[in-house]
Design a protein around this ligand. Sequence first.
Ligand code: NDP
Ligand code: GDR
Length: 378
Amino acid sequence: MKVALITGVTGQDGAYLAEFLLKKGYFVHGLKRRSSLFNTERIDHLYQDQHEQGVNFKLHFGDLTDSTNLIRIIQETQPDEIYNLAAMSHVHVSFEMPEYTANADGIGTLRLLEAIRILGLEKKTRIYQASTSELYGLVQAVPQSETTPFYPRSPYAVAKMYGYWITVNYREAYQMYACNGILFNHESPLRGETFVTRKITRAATKIALGLQNCLYLGNLSAQRDWGHAKDYIEAMWLILQQDKAEDYVIATGITTTVRDFVKMTFAELGIEVEFSGKDENERGVIIDIDQQLVAELGLNEAYLKPGTVVVQVDEKYFRPTEVDLLLGDPTKANTQLGWTPKYDLPMLVKEMVLSDLNLMKKDEYLKKGGFKTLNYFE
Ligand code: NDP
Ligand code: GDR
């Protein structure tokens, strides 16, 4: 039985990867942070009573900022594969917490690599580092491939740049099987609520049910190469199954603006939105609704009148330095790993919208019953 250790197991990718590896017959260990509230919602369906026989999924308290804890967990679990997914992963927040981000995302990677070396597991343990298209930052060339120069544009990206190179360095210096997956944006119904796609699908479904008036966003012209997290975690696994350790770009090869993602989301709900105005004065207005679809989905037509402003720009979401355009070239992953995504963007948007509509209907039900609904801070 192969043994895997996933850091960041409670996050979007960690949850999908844990499920994927369990189905492949792995024993999966997950690193989870201590928090004052439960933080395992994304993996609760995988929970196993540790007193029962045949347990193959186990969580360990830990943190990428604590080397002694990482060394002990790796010593205890003796993993064949480590997937380092833990990170302070929000680009905008990294401007508020640059030092912590460097510590967790940059030095955290070093701590894991050193733990493997200290324990003499260089030949046994393969390690996957969650690198990112944010490394490309200020556009040098498109599409971006494994050979495109990096130009990071946030404390997050700079920290991840350290993680990238220290992974390459340990591979070259100690012949470790250590690889970077340079993953472009990937989303899902499990995506954190403050990333732009999930913020949009949540808000649009709330607006369609009459639970929210307007969605406030930052830079609508940013372009992202969006894929589905389920496809991307499969690529992570493939990267660790090769004869030779190498780095790979994982992307769809198609880029879309935030503005178009908004339109696609509302369209899925039968609401046509058009944008007008420029920069901070740009806004999205309902121009038409598909009454049949609105009725089929059980939406609240009373709130969906043409002329209603449903999207506005709020400068507080602008970043001090922005990444304008990401478009990946996944040729190497296609040819060497045999990886191609199963989802396209319309399928992803549909899945996210239907999932959030379901959640928001529960909220609506609570509200009608006089119960408090949840508030989320962005
Ligand atoms: P999430 O933000 O959903 O999950 C991050 C995980 O890391 C959570 O489990 C979180 O714990 C954990 N974590 C944060 N800080 C620490 C720490 N100091 N010690 C231990 N655990 C910590 O991210 P995703 O699942 O979306 O992304 C996974 C990885 O891939 C991240 O490293 C991200 O930077 C990278 N990446 C993501 C892309 C994407 O589009 N999703 C694209 C490219 C790279 P908790 O649940 O307690 O907060
Ligand atoms: P990103 O994802 O920064 O690409 O990092 P995010 O969804 O946060 O932003 C994408 C683009 O949308 C613009 N934007 C907004 N973003 C947010 N969060 N909120 C808004 O209101 C808003 N309005 C416009 C942003 O400016 C940006 O251009 C994600 C993370 O998962 C990283 O961990 C990962 O490394 C990269 O993807 C690849």
